[in-house]
Design a protein around this ligand. Sequence first.
Ligand code: NAD
Length: 251
Amino acid sequence: MQMNETCAVITGGASGLGEATARLFAASGAKVTLLDRDAARGEQVAAEIGGTFVETDVTSEESVQNALTKAVAAMGKINTAINCAGIGTAEKTLHKNGPHSLEHYQRIISVNLIGSFNVARLAAAEMAKNDPTEDGQRGVIINTASVAAFDGQKGQVAYGASKGGIVATSLPMARDLQREGIRVMAIAPGIFLTPMLMSLPEEVRAQLAQDVTNPKRLGDPSEYASLARFICECGYLNGEVIRIDGALRMQ
Ligand SMILES: NC(=O)c1ccc[n+]([C@@H]2O[C@H](COP(=O)([O-])OP(=O)(O)OC[C@H]3O[C@@H](n4cnc5c(N)ncnc54)[C@H](O)[C@@H]3O)[C@@H](O)[C@H]2O)c1
């Protein structure tokens, strides 16, 4: 799919990886609708890139359906859905105050895994209405996993499980949506310099960069965005997860 034919909804588009993707896609000629719960920041980014913003909670069926309806009204159709909304707070299975909070575990699974599925399934229903291309294609869904799906750290039991679920989603969802001509991919980022990471002290960031094999630096969100664009443009990628991590393998 060429960028000038792309009509993309991007969750988490108000910040970090989603924002960088929205900026690159818009600059490359795509139509973009941002879905995020952060209205102030989302409106600002959308205005800067000539896109549309809809305040959305990805965990809510009603909120996402409303956002997709508005996205279709603004762009004419949806043929790309990129899930970047996510949260990543840490807690150990057992710690000095007791066992991991069940509510906290459920919250992370709810936003990262169920929220991504909620957007993917409702976006697929919109994409299925599109006229097919010559080779029967109607759209692409990109979910965001993490290297924590493979090398989760202490305190990442909920986050790692949510991202493992994203990895395990790619193939069965690609098979489910074969008839409709919708591809499904996942990106597993290493450590990227987004607002979440920028809040860490400089020496912690430098240490994290030292752990990366090559190049010895944190990922730039524009590099995630480039991969998302490549996945859209390369029509033979489907049902897989791609790590983008400078060969980082965490202890
Ligand atoms: N930054 C990294 O190093 C890194 C590494 C691996 C994976 N990831 C994943 O990439 C994705 C984006 O991360 P980021 O670093 O850009 O984070 P970020 O915090 O900069 O952006 C996340 C965005 O998601 C939005 N959001 C959160 N909950 C939401 C909800 N319920 N409904 C709608 N929007 C919601 C936030 O408002 C925010 O704008 C996340 O899934 C994260 O787990 C990030």
